[in-house]
Design a protein. Structure first.
Lengths: 156, 719
């Protein structure tokens, strides 16, 4: 066990865990931030995606020691204006079914739109192609991103 | 799960209602529930109210949903039915997810039956509450019932325009006797039914606030994994916990019925502890089981005549006659449900009580398991049902519940059992594997004169009950109810033996029988030199009634969706380039009619890309059109993963797949355009979660044939 300081959603937390513990489990089991999901433990499905210094990162394969000193944003902390546009578009397109994969998809979508405010279908596919959704919401995810882009003026 | 529940409505006093539903609002004045005398549950209770609506003096309308929300939208669709009949203001409706209680009646969520089986009952519940409110208004204002309407949370006397809100009337209405034989609304007056209401569970799913089973936290809770024998049918011989207990955070290692439990302070320690655990397994004599040995078994079983479950005319004679004979063998593998949230369960067993948090489709089964293991009286067991991160049939089964209850009972502490993805893929209750011999003969006019479908599968029924005398019970749907008019038909079935657990997966046996029937009819059409659409229509029309399990269906409605899908897809009208093709298929299941046209592009290296699926559905009256579209889109994508990618294989008694890298699902870039067309209908609503699955694989396989001239008879579809 070792003490690690994590900055999550703007707050500092000190946790005492094995340094090899994936960030995912520290978020969920130590910090009670259960919005970040477990789906495979091998970085294959994207349900566990968080932002590390703004970059979408798979938290299920990231040792907590590698997250120390970085700004971690989880789905609970995703509240910038562009993300409000995403939330609204997600509701307007009725994207979610079971909803379990959506936090990870939203984290990737938010990071994509931060870089490309008006992404093409190809860019959306590239960004989200390894985010798996078992309910099959892909088509609506694509539409919601376009809608969010249009609503936040990205489609100028 | 009962298909035929009798309903009568009871009115309860506030005091009694509070006993039944302790979470009810403080100002609650009216409670109406539906009493259901069957089915009999684990504890043989016969008193089973089935749906609740309550009206608060503050104008809130509370509606309980007693079905699990796993993404299919029941928390929106079911209350909308009640609210519409009631004349409620949808903005004042509060949806209360029900915990498990036999008083709610059958809470099982599966078989695409939530809206279908609740439709009448929920309408009656809403109408009963409405009539109570109107009666209260009439008595208070000395006006006639016929002049009053309920709308948007008010009762109004139309001639005078005088009105009172539901909340103002609730206390008076609560003292009135229940009306008998309430009049249901004229469907023309529906305001919520038929409208795409926003899903009530959507907002919390975007912020991380939604609590799925895996997210539930109970104070003092520990986390557990279970080491299970990789060889199905094997058991623990011995284990050494020394190294596992050295992992920081691991607290307990002990044997339970299914394997060895590793209990820790957090999930990661439970995972690492299990990796460090040394277990010696007894293989139970299954170390040589494999997909190959199963295939041999299938071949032997289908080589000779088997028990016929549908027999019309003389198939053997017809097949032996001089007509042109076509024969094909179809193979369909085991597949896993793989919901994105893996199986999980929290149990907290104390000396005198037990509480469970299970994202389950069948809370009554969870309850039965908890009761069996703890021996506690029924009233001391509480089952909470958080959101399910996908279900697809997997979360009907109680493996993780059993494990959690056993572990918690030993430790007398709350424990969450988590299945990792490899646990899920290797120890699922798999969709059965099957093997089908199809034979047909064409008459001179090209129409089939004989149809033999002889098949074998690893039945679900014998996995649930090894002593079952009806192993075919969950295998025949979609095969015995062949919709096509053919004079000589035989559908024969023989069960095979396998140590793999099996269970119902979205569309159950229709997943394989739909593929075989629709692929083989396509083969007969091309052997006859006929257009696959025209050929099907000729064998479906004029409309007939075909028996299908407990129900019957109308081949005219099936022909109708076929024509609709074909027309919308541009069947026979559009020129497709080289390497491209369209395939068509239709299927009746879960009381609904579905037809699909798949359009594929096959690359030179044999890679198959499904570019578009046009889907026509007749599922009776549509309660929530966008919700239905979600289910159709999702069902098609789920089925495409199965058609193009999924195969669970067995070697040395073990499942070979372990994670998404070798059990891949459809990705965003592989998702086709999906066009959905709903048939407008006044008939009662029927299933939608499952019936879009069966036509997908045959439509794609038939399209691959159109594109390449090659028949693919083995799933997943590969060239």
């Amino acid at each position: 066990m070792a003490t690690t300081t994590l900055n999550v959603n703007g707050n500092d937390y000190v946790v005492d865990v094995s340094p090899d513990t994936p960030l995912l489990w520290v978020l969920r089991d130590n910090l009670g931030l259960t919005g970040t999901k477990y789906g495979c433990g091998e970085g294959l499905c994207g349900a566990c995606t968080v932002h590390l210094d703004g970059e979408p990162t798979r938290s299920c394969t990231l040792p907590v020691s590698d997250a120390a000193g970085k700004k971690i944003t989880t789905i609970e902390g995703l509240a910038s204006s562009s993300n409000q546009a995403l939330h609204k578009a997600w509701l307007d397109e009725e994207v979610s079914q079971c909803g379990y994969c959506q936090p990870g998809i939203l984290m990737v979508a938010a990071a994509l739109m931060a870089k490309k405010p008006n992404p093409t279908d190809v860019e959306i596919d590239e960004a989200l192609d390894s985010n798996l959704c078992r309910c099959g919401t892909y088509g609506r995810v694509r539409r919601a991103i376009h809608r969010a882009a249009a609503n936040s003026g990205g489609a100028k | 799960m009962s298909e035929h529940e009798h309903t009568c409505i009871r009115h309860v006093s506030r005091r009694d209602f509070m006993k039944i539903v302790p979470a009810a609002a403080a100002g609650l004045a009216i409670g109406v529930y539906l009493e259901d005398p069957g089915p009999i549950h684990a504890d043989n209770t016969s008193f089973e109210p089935n749906g609740f609506v309550a009206i608060d003096t503050n104008d809130d309308v509370l509606i309980w949903t007693a079905r699990s929300e796993m993404g299919q939208g029941v928390r929106t669709a079911l209350p909308a039915i009640v609210a519409d009949e009631l004349g409620a203001d949808w903005n004042r409706v509060k949806i209360v997810p029900a915990a498990f209680d036999p008083k709610y009646g059958d809470q099982s969520t599966g078989g695409s039956m939530s809206v279908r089986t609740c439709w009448d009952r929920l309408r009656k519940a809403g109408a009963t509450a409405r009539e109570l409110l109107i009666e209260a208004f009439c008595q208070q204002n000395k006006v006639d019932r016929k002049d009053c309407v309920a709308d948007n949370g008010y009762i109004m006397h139309v001639p005078s325009g005088k009105r009172a809100s539901f909340g103002q009337l609730a206390t008076f209405a609560a003292a009135l006797p229940l009306p008998k034989d309430v009049q249901l609304k004229d469907p023309k007056q529906f305001k919520l039914i038929g409208k795409s209401l926003p899903r009530v569970d959507s907002p919390e799913k975007l912020t991380g606030a939604a609590k799925f089973g895996i997210d539930v936290r109970v104070p003092g809770m520990m986390f557990a994994t279970v080491a299970r024998c990789a060889i199905h049918g094997g058991k623990v011989a011995s284990f050494d916990s020394t190294d596992a207990l050295k992992i920081p955070g691991v607290k307990h290692v002990f044997e339970i019925a299914r394997g060895v439990a590793v209990v820790a302070e957090n999930t990661w320690a439970a995972i690492k502890g299990r990796e460090a655990l040394k277990v010696t397994w007894n293989d139970g004599g299954h170390a040589n089981d494999s997909s190959d040995t199963l295939r041999q078994q299938f071949k032997t079983l289908t080589a000779t005549t088997q028990q016929a479950f549908r027999k019309e005319g003389e198939v053997e004679d017809a097949l032996a006659s001089s007509g042109r004979k076509i024969e094909a063998v179809y193979e369909v593998p085991f597949i896993a449900h793989a919901p994105l949230e893996p199986p999980v369960c929290i149990a907290w067993v104390q000396k005198d009580r037990c509480e469970i948090w299970a994202p389950t489709q069948i809370p009554a089964w969870t309850f039965g398991v908890a009761r069996g293991i703890t021996g506690l009286p029924a009233e001391k067991i509480k089952i909470n049902i958080p959101l399910l991160g996908g279900g697809f049939g997997r979360k009907a089964f109680p493996g993780e519940v059993e494990e959690a209850v056993q572990i918690s009972k030993k430790l007398e502490a709350p424990v969450q059992v988590v299945w990792t993805r490899d646990d899920d893929l290797q120890h699922d209750y798999f969709r059965p594997a099957s093997y089908h011999v199809s034979q047909g003969t064409l008459a001179q006019d090209g129409k089939p004169s004989a149809w033999l479908h002889r098949f074998s599968s690893t039945p679900i029924q014998t996995a649930l009950d090894p002593k079952s005398k009806t192993p075919e019970a969950l295998e025949l749907g979609g095969a015995v109810d062949l919709p096509y008019l053919i004079p000589n038909i035989a559908v024969e079935y023989a069960p095979a033996v396998s140590a793999l657990p099996r269970g119902w997966l979205r569309s159950v046996e229709h997943t394989f029988n739909g593929f075989v029937v629709e692929a083989f009819i396509d083969e007969l059409a091309s052997a006859a030199g006929r257009d696959p659409l025209e050929y099907r229509l000729e064998l479906l029309l004029p409309a007939r009634t075909v028996k299908s399990g407990e129900t019957t269906f109308d081949t005219g409605r099936l022909a109708n969706v076929l024509r609709l899908a074909a027309e919308k897809a541009g069947w026979g009208k559009r020129k497709l380039g080289p390497g491209r093709g369209m395939g068509i298929a239709c299927h009746f299941s879960f009381y609904s009619y579905v037809a699909q046209v798949a359009e594929v592009a096959v690359e030179k290296n044999g890679a198959i890309k499904v570019e578009r699926v046009t889907c026509a559905v007749d599922c009776g009256r549509v309660v929530n059109p966008d919700g239905v579209r979600q289910q159709i889109e999702g069902g098609i994508i789920y089925a495409l993963s199965a058609a193009l990618k999924h195969e669970i294989t067995v070697k040395g008694g073990r499942v070979e797949q372990s994670n998404w890298h070798d059990y891949d699902i459809l990705h965003m870039s592989e998702t086709p355009q999906i066009d959905v067309h709903l048939v407008q209908s006044e008939l009662p609503p029927t299933g939608i979660g499952e019936p879009t699955f069966p036509p997908v694989a045959p439509a794609v396989a038939n399209a691959v044939f159109a594109a390449t001239g090659k028949r693919v008879r083995k799933l997943p579809i590969r060239l």
